[in-house]
Design a protein around this ligand. Structure first.
Ligand SMILES: CC(C)(COP(=O)(O)OP(=O)(O)OC[C@H]1O[C@@H](n2cnc3c(N)ncnc32)[C@H](O)[C@@H]1OP(=O)(O)O)[C@@H](O)C(=O)NCCC(=O)NCCS
Length: 196
């Protein structure tokens, strides 16, 4: 059974992030990245098991740093079409994963995520994706929200299904992003809706 939500403050400093962030869930906080996240991020970004189903990685240290700088710059320039979020585990205050919402074209938003291996199977991805879907409903109302799942990644498929995605009947609108390991991916999608 999941632990009761604590009233502990989010393990993040008050910051200059866009409206609606950070996202608070029972066990996690989703907030913009910081350069000081490097060690935690590099731990999972350099793990070939974590990046096996992703279009990037495993990353060298310089690639992790470049990613962090790119993600942080997006927030500083108030680019509201690209959200790269650190997933912070409340109890350890460590970044244990990353989740991105990227507006690929007007009204077409891709969700992607990955987590450090030691926290797989705890339900964190489901918790984070559900929260991101709610945020997308506010930030990208009416958008086509999609995720790509490579063959052999049933855990990710399960996460998306539980977060309200369904298999796309026609993959052609997403073909531009079905590259590399994602060339044979299944597409899961849902219409982004403001919370009721
Ligand atoms: C895929 C990933 C995000 C899942 O994260 P997670 O926090 O372990 O996910 P959750 O615990 O929320 O849920 C995983 C679900 O998949 C199930 N699952 C795990 N491995 C499975 C497998 N081999 N076959 C079928 N189901 C599986 C789990 O049982 C769980 O479902 P349940 O709670 O109904 O039992 C994580 O493994 C990861 O980061 N992988 C590497 C990066 C990646 O693949 N990202 C997604 C790209 S599309």
């Amino acid at each position: 059974m999941k632990s009761a939500r604590t009233n502990a403050p989010s393990p993040v400093a008050a910051g200059d992030w866009p409206p609606g962030l950070p996202l608070d869930t029972e066990r996690l906080v989703l907030r913009p990245f910081r350069e000081s996240d490097f060690a935690d991020v590099h731990e999972y970004a350099s793990d070939p098991e974590v990046t096996r189903h992703l279009r990037w990685g495993p990353s060298a240290a310089q690639e992790t740093l470049s990613f962090l700088r790119h993600a942080i710059a997006g927030v500083r320039t108030a680019d509201t079409s690209q959200f790269h979020l650190a997933v912070v585990e409340r109890k350890s205050a460590r970044v244990r994963g990353g989740l991105s919402l990227l507006e690929r074209a007007p009204g077409l938003v891709e969700i992607g995520y990955c987590f450090a291996r030691p926290v797989w199977g705890l339900g964190y991805a489901t918790e984070a994706v559900r929260s991101a879907v709610r945020f997308a409903g506010v930030r990208f109302p009416g958008a086509d929200l999609f995720g790509l799942v490579t063959p052999g990644n049933p855990a990710s498929e399960r996460v998306l299904l539980r977060a309200g995605f369904t298999p796309a009947l026609d993959a052609s609108p997403y073909a531009t992003w079905m590259t590399g390991v994602c060339s044979t991916a299944r597409v899961f999608r849902q219409r982004s809706r403001p919370p009721a």
